[in-house]
Design a protein around this ligand. Structure first.
Ligand code: IMP
Ligand code: MG
Length: 180
């Protein structure tokens, strides 16, 4: 039984439990395994939020792969600042590689619009996107998620890698901001 949690000044209620997350990640892993037979995809996780999803997803993929991380930043508190910065980038060549970018959540899509263009410019063989969550109502950029965990309403969520000002990333389940 999960309970409400508080972080800083906000209260969050249970939203997606860890069993449901695990089942969905297993399905996505199977799909990626099937789609990349005989390839060696380059999996690029977007830090910090995607670190939990990447670690579960790559262990659900039975295909030879490489795993890298980049760090971008667009958020402060519970609203987007509208600015993306690359804090650190990729160390490996992307040219000719089958790339799978992995995110925790696609909100406005601004972060991925920026990053996917950056990846495309480096001439990969292909680029697909995996994201644990998508907020369709918040989407402002033409982002297509190839491997999606769950569509969620346009409300702030935490847990499973997602933070509220640095907290909650370690929660194994996903929680939603409580209506006051
Ligand atoms: P976008 O650029 O607006 O799509 O925002 C993407 C980034 O903002 C994600 O990678 C998250 O780090 C963060 N973000 C968006 N929505 C949430 C949320 O509900 N909770 C926590 N972080 C979020
Ligand atoms: Mg993120």
């Amino acid at each position: 039984m999960q309970h409400e949690i508080t972080a800083h000044d906000l209260t969050f209620v249970p939203f997606i439990d860890k069993e449901k997350i695990a089942a969905r990640v297993a399905e996505l892993g199977k799909q990626i395994t099937k789609d990349y037979q005989g390839e060696r995809p380059l999996i690029i996780g977007v830090l910090n939020g995607a670190f939990v999803f990447v670690s579960d997803l790559v262990r659900a993929c039975e295909v030879e792969c490489e795993v890298e991380f980049v760090r971008l930043k667009s958020y402060s508190g519970t609203s987007s600042t509208g600015e993306i910065r690359t804090i650190f980038g990729m160390n490996v060549p992307v040219e000719g590689r089958h790339v799978i970018v992995v995110e925790d959540i696609v909100d406005s899509g601004r972060t991925l619009d920026y990053f996917l263009k950056d990846v495309q410019a480096k001439n990969p063989a292909s680029v697909r996107l995996a994201s644990m969550l998508l907020k369709p109502e918040a989407l402002k950029f033409p982002i297509k998620v190839d491997y999606l965990g769950f569509e969620v309403p346009n409300k702030f969520v935490v847990g499973y890698g997602l933070d509220y000002d640095g907290l909650c990333r370690n929660l194994p389940a996903i929680y939603q901001l409580k209506k006051e």
